[in-house]
Design a protein around this ligand. Structure first.
Ligand code: UVW
Length: 317
């Protein structure tokens, strides 16, 4: 039988930022994004061009979601046909209106993960007891991130273009050294406190392949090493944003462990993760004008005790 590896063994000596911002902290490495960092981001606004990075919810071509989650369902509650009914509401003056609602996984589209979203060993971010997640996150939910907002210098790392590919394929991995090489090839450096936006264009395959996309599901992405985790720690990276469903290679190739960077970066270092972004228009613009740095701004929804929230991040060049 294949040797089983545990997250606790893998991350036994891994660095943490627990306690760094106090015993009650719920936003982790977003603390790096001070007012000075907002102004550093603003200095990269050159033309005022705005890019929205959210994918369409209810895309007629389908919504890519993590296996086991289902796409949002939007239901029309009120429309002009409401007034065909005898019991239609009547408003003085004759106003009609349309109303609808969605039933959705809060992480079923472009989203911020709460820091309490993923854990191992009975502890979530900052050492809070994992039992604080029962029935809703009492600690490190998405609401404190939403309350704070995320603004700073963003850098696009176009790994697909750097590798000369339209899109990365299943299970392809890369590391922090390649991120630095990519930045260098793009003509800039990755600086401390940068919000990292990594483009793989992997979700092109969701739209090209349909259901086959989910066979042997193994997204490409960053892969665990202690050096990579130290790099994130030393660079004080606040936020990792990607265009894949879960921001890292699904199964770490050496151990087969699922999503170890969720634990090493989010649970231990307090790095927020932003997933399922659409980086295509931004990437085309960066390739065109050579400007890969910009102001990044995002605020998830303020949802009480939630594990994540939809978001429409902005990149402003
Ligand atoms: C899981 O953690 C399972 O999913 P995600 O981070 O993509 O929401």
């Amino acid at each position: 039988m294949a040797e089983q590896h545990s997250m606790e063994d893998l991350l036994r000596d891994a660095p943490t930022n627990w306690g760094r911002w106090g015993d009650n902290d719920e936003v982790g490495s977003l603390n790096y994004l001070t007012a000075d960092e907002v102004l550093r981001g603003v200095r990269h606004v050159k033309s005022g061009t705005v890019f929205t990075l959210q994918r369409l919810i209810g895309d007629p071509k389908g919504d890519p979601v993590w296996p086991g989650r289902t796409p949002a369902q939007r239901t029309m509650i009120m429309d002009e046909s409401t007034w065909d009914r005898d019991d239609a509401p009547e408003f003085p003056g004759g106003m009609h209106y349309a109303d609808d609602k969605i039933e959705a996984f809060l992480q079923g589209s472009t989203q911020y993960d709460a820091l309490g979203h993923v854990w191992y060993g009975g502890k979530i971010w900052n050492g809070y007891d994992a039992r604080t997640t029962i029935g809703g996150l009492d600690k490190a939910s998405v609401a404190p991130i939403a309350e704070r907002g995320v603004v700073g210098r963003g850098v696009l790392l176009d790994i697909a273009r750097f590798r000369g590919k339209d899109n990365l394929d299943k299970g392809e991995t890369f590391d922090h050294n390649e991120l630095e090489a990519c930045a260098k090839a793009q003509g800039h450096e990755i600086e401390p406190h940068d919000v990292l936006l990594i483009r793989t264009n992997f979700l092109k395959l969701f739209f090209d392949q349909g259901e086959k996309f989910y066979e042997n599901f193994n997204e490409p992405g960053l892969t665990y090493s202690s050096e990579l985790v130290s790099w994130f720690h030393q660079r004080e990276i606040p936020n990792l944003v990607t265009d894949t469903i879960a921001n890292e290679v699904t199964y770490e190739p050496d151990t087969g462990i699922a999503l170890p960077l969720h634990s090493a970066l989010m649970r231990n270092l307090g790095v927020t993760l932003t997933e399922i972004c659409d980086l295509e228009k931004l990437a085309a613009s960066c390739a065109d004008d050579g400007q890969y740095t910009f102001l990044y701004a995002a605020a998830p929804l303020k949802v009480h005790r939630a594990t994540g929230s939809p978001v429409n991040p902005l990149a402003i060049k």
